[in-house]
Ligand binder design. Structure first.
Ligand code: NAP
Ligand code: MG
Length: 503
């Protein structure tokens, strides 16, 4: 059932921002695309046009990379002390703090997610990430290394390492958490002294553009952060193949991740980090606290409408409790109120786009065709907006598309298991390895499974717990490298070994 598609309008300042012309941020200036082209972005709750933004292409990416190169090599940015850099990042976080409601409204209108969720999760997490990374700016240290050099008898040396910024970084982000993904990317780049060209998702460019205005207000030197709106096939491809970009950091589909690697390989072998798709197993052991596990299983798949790379899309339940858990998750699904993100009662908004709605419904059709059964949901409701019903599938087989492929929508497949070895085999039977969860009261069982599951994140008795200090990223085809935590700092720096001969 869909709530009324009419929802309260945005605050005046939010609407004023949305209505203004949206240009590219290059070298500290807002400028139109070289071609003069623009494209429209839409409100997925009703399909209406929300705004027009500049359509950046290769010429604009070239300009942005040149500005980032100048800012990296000369000017105020490389001359700043780590403490000054940290203060600027902290100042940006403080400015964002003053605009939480505005960011939440932009995110809700552009992406479709409930405003309350954006205000409680996306925006505060983005702010916290910047503060966490601001702290790292002054703590990026090398080591001293007592070397031996066995072939130079009697010589003495002093060796140490420097951790230096990797350089000009191209960052390409998706539409599921537009502001938060921008923060995950920009935070470590700025803390380490890199400069950035950020290519935001065509479906959801607005919150990063608002952030661009705050980056200017905070006083970052021109060219340190450049923001290009445009399409993946043009602007994104130009950035990943650019010979003067030192690193690409990408979040999105595994398919595009492979194209990014190809672009890097065919040009300058730039460093690449990738945060890609997932098909995460969520495991309920027989001794779990069932009410908590059922609520957790619903949150694992329905949070952000299932448009999470770590969504708990394969729910493994012991056969003895299978029906009870499936009923429980279906009951949770039935409570979900679909509606526009700006409606205060909405608990699940629309898919981000018509394309995404069609993709998800395509999987529902494929599942039905292959013999899976929806105990709840399974359809798109009648609406102008791009809604999909929260869905629980049973009667699946491991070879089905709905089990093997990432759906990226509110669709969970519940699968029974009989013993733990068979469970581990099934849980790891995926090209992905982003996240997993285990629900159990047995501490040892939780730790043992955490070791056996091939995933970059394992939650025990919880799901979707993120923190700026926790590294996040994938095993297998879920990615290369990690976001957040000290691991991210490492991936935006490179090590230089310096050796002096003393004697
Ligand atoms: P996508 O196509 O991988 O897009 C992610 C980003 O890459 C966007 O900025 C996109 O630009 C850009 N891009 C597309 N083609 C490119 C290319 N050839 N070279 C360089 N950049 C390129 O993902 P999507 O279309 O947004 O969603 C498709 C699927 O990706 C989802 O269903 C899901 O499976 C996965 N996904 C994963 C995550 C995650 O967090 N891991 C997030 C979102 C989506 P455009 O905006 O113009 O497409
Ligand atoms: Mg796309």
């Amino acid at each position: 059932m869909i709530l009324s598609t009419t929802a309260p309008s945005a605050r005046r300042e939010t609407q004023a921002f949305i209505d203004q012309p949206h240009q590219l941020l290059i070298d500290g200036q807002w400028i139109p695309a070289a071609s003069g082209k623009t494209f429209d972005v839409f409100n997925p709750a009703d399909g209406s046009k929300l705004a027009s933004v500049a359509e950046g292409e290769k010429a604009d990416v070239d300009k942005a990379v040149a500005a980032a190169r100048r800012a990296f090599d000369s000017g105020p940015w490389p001359a700043m002390t780590p403490s000054q850099r940290g203060k600027l990042i902290w100042k940006l976080a403080d400015l964002m703090d003053r605009h939480i409601e505005e960011f939440a409204e932009i995110e809700s209108l552009d992406n479709g997610k409930p405003k309350a969720v954006a205000a409680a999760a996306d925006v505060p997490l983005a702010i916290d990430l910047f503060r966490y990374m601001a702290g790292w700016a002054t703590k990026i240290e090398g080591t001293t290394i007592p070397i031996s050099v066995p072939y130079l008898d009697g010589a003495e040396f002093h060796s140490y390492t420097l951790r230096e910024p990797v350089g000009v970084v191209g960052q390409i982000i998706p539409w599921n958490f537009p502001l938060l993904m921008a923060a995950w990317k920009l935070g470590p780049a700025l803390a380490t002294g890199c400069t950035v060209v950020l290519k935001v998702a065509e479906e959801t460019p607005l919150s990063a553009l608002r952030l661009g205005h705050l980056i200017q207000e905070a006083g970052f030197p021109p060219g340190v952060v450049n923001i290009v709106t445009g399409f993946g096939e043009t602007a994104g491809a130009a950035l990943s193949a650019h010979p003067d970009v030192d690193k690409i950091a990408f979040t999105g589909s595994t398919e595009v991740g492979k194209l990014i690697v190809k672009g890097a390989g065919e040009t300058n072998l730039k460093k690449v980090t990738l945060e890609l798709g997932g098909k995460s197993p969520n495991i309920i052991l027989p001794d779990a606290d069932l009410p908590a596990a059922i609520a957790g299983a619903a949150n694992a798949i329905f949070f952000n409408h299932g448009q999470c790379c770590c969504a708990g899309s394969r729910l493994f339940v012991h056969r003895s409790q299978f029906d009870q858990v499936v009923d429980g998750v279906a009951t949770e699904a039935a409570k979900i109120k679909l509606g526009p993100g700006m409606h205060p009662d909405t608990t699940m908004g629309p898919m981000v786009s018509k394309i995404q709605q069609d993709r998800v419904c395509g999987y529902l059709d494929a599942g039905a065709h292959e013999g899976a059964r929806a105990v709840i949901g399974g359809k798109r409701p009648e609406s102008e907006g791009y809604f999909v019903e929260p869905t629980v599938l049973i009667d699946t087989k491991s070879s089905m598309k709905v089990i093997q492929e990432e759906i990226f929508g509110p669709v969970v497949a519940a699968v029974p298991f009989d013993d733990v070895d068979q469970l581990v085999q099934a849980a790891n039977n995926s090209v992905y390895g982003l996240a997993a969860a285990v629900w159990t009261k047995d501490i040892s069982a939780g730790h043992r499974l955490a070791k056996r599951i091939k995933a970059g994140t394992v939650w025990v008795n919880c799901y979707n717990v993120f923190d700026a200090s926790l590294p996040f990223g994938g095993y297998k085809q879920s990615g290369w490298g990690r976001e957040m935590g000290y691991e991210a700092i490492n991936l935006y720096t490179q090590t230089k070994a310096v050796t002096l001969q003393l004697k």
